[in-house]
Design a binder for this molecule. Sequence first.
Ligand SMILES: Cc1cc2nc3c(=O)[nH]c(=O)nc-3n(C[C@H](O)[C@H](O)[C@H](O)COP(=O)(O)O)c2cc1C
Length: 185
Amino acid sequence: MDTLTAIQTRNSIPHLEDPAPTHEQMSQVYKGALRAPDHARLRPWKFIEVRGEARERLGQTFIETAKSLNEELTDRDAEKLLKAPLRAPMVIILAADIKQHPKVPEIEQIISLGAAAQNILLGLHDIGFSAVWRTGKMAFNPEITKQLGLQDNYQIIGYLYVGTSMGKEKPLPEHDLAEFLEVWD
Ligand SMILES: Cc1cc2nc3c(=O)[nH]c(=O)nc-3n(C[C@H](O)[C@H](O)[C@H](O)COP(=O)(O)O)c2cc1C
């Protein structure tokens, strides 16, 4: 697939099944992630790849996080959190490793990780896999950082749910470019 075609045809897919990409395939995809733009080469990127039974550990971490936030959890809520990571064969946790820098604020480092995440989505699409980026209560929350065993400079900016499309793909949206573009010449 050429680059523009990959970018223009990427489609977020929530219905995902096995197989997940292999480790070898993922190392190629991460190589693309590590080419994200990065002010002052701070490399504010950390990816935690969660596969197989380890997804249940992640679900348990979600429950512990909700409890630490003093949330009233019904059995149904707990079950939902526990099962959330099972919606795809693989989940990539996007953790921004925020560094103190006189010229590079936190927001720029988060944007850089966002660009890396998009490169992952595009790389996966290019090799025939599908994914969806999700956030929710388990993102942008210091408690989840702690429960994941990360130092408190890390920000969890979201989760990429990755696998093979079950075939239920939405039509790609059609945009009127003129609504988004202003050209000065
Ligand atoms: C930072 C970020 C967070 C998102 N969080 C969620 C989410 O929690 N749940 C969800 O259904 N979609 C979420 N989305 C949107 C989907 O990832 C996806 O972009 C959307 O369904 C549109 O599909 P498309 O990417 O194919 O246009 C998020 C997107 C971004 C960029």
